[in-house]
Design a protein around this ligand. Structure first.
Ligand code: FES
Length: 141
């Protein structure tokens, strides 16, 4: 008996296997899977007690997609924590430096500015105010 049937089956399997791999790679690179969240909050969001952000420090609110920093004079600044490179939510804050998990862009949480490529645009600025001791960030800066 010739071995032909198994050879043709192998060809079919190889063809089928290539499709899911390509699909996964595309999904991983597509910016902002949830679309609306790509610029951060679209309505005012309550963050937490203002005492959580020390002078000269910053705090990342991952669920709200906001980072807040406080200057030495006590003033607060807030930015969307959605990376401006391809829309990944930033999940790491060390000191006042934010690092994006997708391609390694870094941002200064006190200014929103890019400190490490590939991102080139600063983080989207939010306004922040304190109501009853709790911070509220809004996209109307
Ligand atoms: Fe590419 Fe953040 S999405 S570095």
């Amino acid at each position: 008996m010739p071995a032909r049937p198994s050879a043709s089956r192998r060809t079919v399997l190889r063809g089928a296997a290539a499709v899911p791999v390509a699909g996964a790679a595309l999904a991983a690179c597509s910016p902002g899977d949830d679309g609306e969240a790509s610029a951060g909050p679209t309505a005012p969001v309550e963050l937490g007690p203002e005492s959580e952000v020390a002078k000269g420090g910053a705090k990342l609110y991952e669920d709200e997609k906001v980072v807040v920093s406080r200057a030495e004079d006590g003033s607060l600044k807030a930015y969307s924590s959605i990376c401006t490179h391809a829309g990944c939510p930033i999940n790491k804050l060390e000191g006042t430096t934010l690092t994006c998990p997708c391609h390694g862009s870094e941002f200064d949480a006190t200014t929103g500015k890019v400190v490490h490529a590939p991102a080139t645009e600063p983080l989207f600025a939010l306004s922040v105010k304190v109501e009853g001791g709790r911070m509220v960030a809004s996209p109307d800066a």
